[in-house]
Design a binder for this molecule. Structure first.
Ligand SMILES: Cc1cc2nc3c(=O)[nH]c(=O)nc-3n(C[C@H](O)[C@H](O)[C@H](O)COP(=O)(O)OP(=O)(O)OC[C@H]3O[C@@H](n4cnc5c(N)ncnc54)[C@H](O)[C@@H]3O)c2cc1C
Length: 284
C-alpha cells in the first residue's frame, strides 16, 4: 500500500514548523510516523504536506522542574520506559510505555504523537489522566496549556486546534508515599489495549485512601477517569474487598465500546478486573 503523493518538510525549530502549518492548513505534523504513516498508506489521511518534527532536538527531553516533571513531545516510548526519573516518579507511565507495541514501535513512536492521535486503545491516555497531567501547546499565535481532563474529546479527537503542536507534557510530582501502576489486557493480534487501567494511589498511615485517581483506556471512545470508583473508595480502608466492591461502579454512565473481539459485557468485566489489578499494584 502506497500513500498518495505529498510534499515533505523537515523544520529545525518549532517556529519554522508553525510557519509551515500556517501557510498550509491541510498539512500534518509527523512525529514517529507510527500511526500517521499507516493512515496514509490506507489513504485514510492524504495530507498534501508532511511537517516532520524529528530534527527539532529541543522537543526531546525528560527533566524535573520543581513540582513537575516535563517531557518533550518528541520523547520516544523507549526513552520514557527507560528513564530513571519516570521509573522513580511515575511507574504508571513507565509501565504504559513498556506495554506499547514492540521495540521498533517504541523506538520510533513519541508521547506527543500518541496523545495527539488519541486512539481509544492507546496506553498513555489512561496514565496521562490518572497522573493529572497537562500538555503545553504552541499555536500560530499563542501558547496554551490543556489539562488531561479536557484533552480527549472523542474517538481520535482532542482539544487541539488545527495548526497547533504539542511541545511538552507536564506532570505534577505526587508526594513520595504515592504508588502507581498500569495494567493492560493486550489484544492478542494487535497488542493494543482491549482494556488498560492506570491507578495513582496515596494511602494514609491508617490504611485509608487519601487520594485515588483511576483511568481506563479501551473502554469508551476515549480514555476516561473512573470518578465513581474514586468516590466509592474515598476515605475508606483500602482492602482487596473494598476495591472489588468499588469496581462495580467502574462503568457507571460509560458508553462502552464493543467490537468483534470484546462485546460490551466482556469489556465491562475486563474494566472491573484490570481496574482492581491496577489499584492493588499501586497499593503494593
Ligand atoms: C505495530 C504497531 C503497534 C502499536 N501498538 C501500540 C500499543 O500497543 N499501544 C499504543 O498505545 N500504541 C501502539 N501503537 C501506536 C504507537 O504508539 C504510535 O507511536 C503512536 O500512536 C503515535 O505516535 P507517533 O509519534 O508515531 O505519531 P505520528 O504517527 O507521527 O502522528 C500521529 C498523529 O499525531 C499528530 N501529531 C504527532 N505529533 C504531534 C505533536 N507534537 N503535536 C500535535 N500533533 C502531533 C500527527 O499529525 C498525527 O495526526 C502501535 C503502532 C504500530 C505501528
Amino acid at each position: 500500500m502506497i500513500p498518495a503523493a505529498f510534499d515533505y518538510a523537515v523544520p529545525a525549530t518549532v517556529e519554522e514548523a508553525l510557519k509551515l502549518l500556517r501557510k498550509n492548513p491541510e498539512a500534518k505534523v509527523m512525529a514517529g510516523g507510527q500511526s500517521l504513516l499507516s493512515l496514509m498508506k490506507l489513504r485514510l489521511a492524504t495530507p498534501p504536506l508532511i511537517v516532520d518534527l524529528r530534527r527539532i532536538r529541543d522537543l526531546s527531553y525528560i527533566r524535573e522542574d520543581g513540582s513537575r516533571v516535563l517531557i518533550g513531545a518528541m520523547t520516544t516510548h523507549a526513552e520514557i520506559e527507560r528513564s530513571p526519573i519516570i521509573r522513580r516518579r511515575f511507574p504508571v507511565l513507565a509501565q504504559a510505555a513498556e506495554a506499547i507495541g514492540d521495540l521498533q514501535v517504541r523506538n520510533m513512536g513519541t508521547i506527543g504523537g500518541s496523545l495527539a492521535h488519541a486512539d481509544p486503545a492507546a496506553d498513555y491516555p489512561a496514565a496521562f489522566l490518572a497522573m493529572e497531567g497537562a500538555v503545553q501547546v504552541q499555536g500560530p499565535r499563542k501558547a496554551r496549556t490543556i489539562l488531561a481532563e479536557d484533552f480527549f474529546t472523542g474517538l481520535y479527537t482532542t482539544a487541539l486546534n488545527s495548526g497547533e503542536i504539542i511541545t511538552e507534557i507536564q506532570i505534577p510530582i505526587p508526594p513520595a508515599v504515592t504508588g502507581s501502576a498500569y495494567r493492560k489486557m493486550k489484544h492478542p493480534a494487535s497488542g493494543f489495549a482491549v482494556v488498560g487501567a492506570a491507578a495513582v494511589l496515596r494511602v494514609g498511615p491508617d490504611g485509608r485512601e487519601q487520594r485515588l485517581r483511576l483511568a481506563f483506556t479501551g473502554a469508551a471512545a476515549h480514555a476516561i477517569r473512573a470518578t465513581a470508583v474514586e468516590m466509592a473508595l474515598r476515605g475508606k480502608a483500602i482492602t482487596e474487598q473494598a476495591i472489588a466492591e468499588a469496581m462495580q461502579h467502574a462503568t457507571d454512565g460509560v458508553e462502552m465500546l464493543e467490537d468483534l473481539f470484546a462485546d460490551r459485557e466482556y469489556r465491562a468485566q475486563l474494566v472491573r478486573v484490570y481496574g482492581k489489578r491496577a489499584v492493588m499494584a499501586a497499593l503494593q
